[in-house]
Ligand binder design. Sequence first.
Ligand SMILES: [Zn+2]
Length: 83
Amino acid sequence: MKYLLVMGLVLVVFWIWRHNREAERDAAAAARPPAPPQRETAVTEIVACEVCGVHLPKSEALIGNRGIYCSDAHRRQAGGQGL
Ligand SMILES: [Zn+2]
């Protein structure tokens, strides 16, 4: 009977300790500022205009049959036709 009482006491102490740890962890998580949004890490290929040499992302560049251009005016100036 005495051991049952000691075991019950140990279980109660363990439960209280565990409950306090969870409460501390929740409080710490609430106090922590939200993580900043992930920055875009995709690599964008940069290309240079054949006429003026300006660098721009390949997604914004105009591709002619003689090279890559920053604008339609430079593509026409270089004599390249659009694809
Ligand atoms: Zn250009």
